[in-house]
Design a binder for this molecule. Sequence first.
Ligand SMILES: [Zn+2]
Length: 331
Amino acid sequence: MNVDEQIYPWLAEQWAHLVEQNAKGRLPHALLLSGPAGVGKAAFGAALAHLLLCHQPLEGKPCGRCRSCELIASGHHPDRLFLRPEEPGKPIRVDQVRELTNILHSTAQQGGYRIMIMDPAEAMNVAAANALLKTLEEPGQDTLLILVCHQLGQLMPTIRSRCQRMEFSLPSPDQSRGWLAQQLDLNEDEAEKLLAIAQGAPLGAVSLKQGELLDLRRNFMSGLADVLRDRTDAISLAQKLHKEELIHLLDWWLSLLADLVRLQSGAPNPDLNNVDMTKMLSAVANRADRVRIFTLVDRVQDERKSLMLRHNPNRQLLLEKLLFDWRALIR
Ligand SMILES: [Zn+2]
């Protein structure tokens, strides 16, 4: 498994804090890394696990030479366990949690820590969260649970309260822009546009650029504009898009709706996320009722949540309903 393990430059402070906590022997049994998606929380968790598993760390860094470091380099360390949904946007199931917590409670294969990194923790359904709760209440010795969470409000409070929480926020626009321009060989202007679409999250911007997500977004946006102009209808567009990764569509939708709210706030030149969609946004903002916009925000958020937690949501129907509401914004 190719695991991204990195301390991004904007997370240096959090890193130094944990290294110090560890040096004093004061690491908790459960860490909750929370903050917006795309800032490097999972890579941070993986790096922390590596540091703790290394037999001879030096100045807050793994040695790279010990047996543990070799196992990690080979792509599999039996005491560094990852728990993710089987597919992005699907729930983490109770049997997945049980399987890994059983391993956690057994003896470490390499002596020392056993570490589980769960990403994202809010994908646990209720049964899975309850199973995890048992481990949080009675953690074995030398175990560490690292929960990565992008939507803190969706995590059960009983889970939250049993973890030491560490907050991650977006890097400053200057820092993100400079970093992104360098990573992707872009000029500052291109980097800024990409960052706006990714709502300021540098790693979100990288995956937009590297995957086929920019194409998907383009199709989605032009579909939304076509629905408003009655060039297509909700059912046909839902038919076309329902097999895509809906979670992205819903996130982009929320970002558009946030822009609509900004446009309607009356600020002279509001900072928009979707600068490429200004024309459509202005047209909708001029005609749409504010209450309907907020109602749609709630619906998209509800569907986003249920998409994660339901086993087999009717994706076509989910999109259709939201697209009808979208069309109705400017009725
Ligand atoms: Zn090592």
